[in-house]
Design a protein. Sequence first.
Length: 334
Amino acid sequence: MVFPPIQFSGPCKGPVEIKAIGATIKAPPELARFKSDEWILFERIDRLTMIGGTFDGQGHEAWKNPKCGDNDNCHLPVNLRFSLVKNSLLKDVTSLNSKLFHMSLHGCDNTNLDHITAVAPAVSDNTDGVHIKHVNRLNITNSNIKTGDDCVSIGDGSKNVHLEKLTCGPGHGISIGSLGKYANEKPVQGIWVKNFTITGTSNGVRIKTWPNSPPGTATDIHFDDIIMNNVGNPILIDQEYCASRNCKKAGAPLKVKISNVSFKKIRGTSATKVALKIACSQGIPCDNIEVSDINLTYKGAKEGGAAIFECSNVKPKVIGKNIPLVCSGAPHHI
């Protein structure tokens, strides 16, 4: 069944229940059919329950048009967008071959995603599994994401977010950010990423901020009990993130403050020699960064030797036994 773009817009006080168990619903493949940035929109709904269904974005043609985003007349739609939805549950929902993000949540409160599947080829640009922004009290559990970009991307204004028991890969891993690209971004606070398996991604778990950024904060962020299988950059804080060639990194002030971050019980194999990199702002160094019981070995073929840990503008607190050895200047705590 091919389903045209549609909006389910409130305000609506539920309960509202949508069951699509066993159904496969397909988006129009032609970009000309889309006049907005989503295929299916749920907006301003309280107590939405959505169970089952496979939503196929048929994005193969869209992936061939990487410059679409630079054209105001060309819209790359998100498969499923949830805006200002609260007290809601998504369960056993599958998103395939999205033209842009598989799922996007903006301004949502008290939302649970359980047994979610998102799948697109590794070559599909910008197909984040779940992209969130300005959310509070979000749980994503027992889910499987294989896509061409971040498995989960966490934007500004996100707080009290719990991600647990997910598999991720291929893709770009779990990303907080990028932060600091725009003025007046809201703080990121209270993010827990736990019990993950990440396989074959270009990054593992990372926090990324733009150079020359407006002021901002990211705090109380915790990564715990994560298995890395042949992952590039398994642990990364990058305060000089730049997604284009137009960034002016040299001497640019970095004003996003990162603090109270922990990396615990992260183990497995790194596809890059630098398995841990914590590169913080020179003007506003990171505070209270904890590294505990890390065991990452380098399995790449291009460079010899063991994995290494690089850091700048930070003195991480190191606890337990860690492989690779800690960067210079880091205090060690038994």
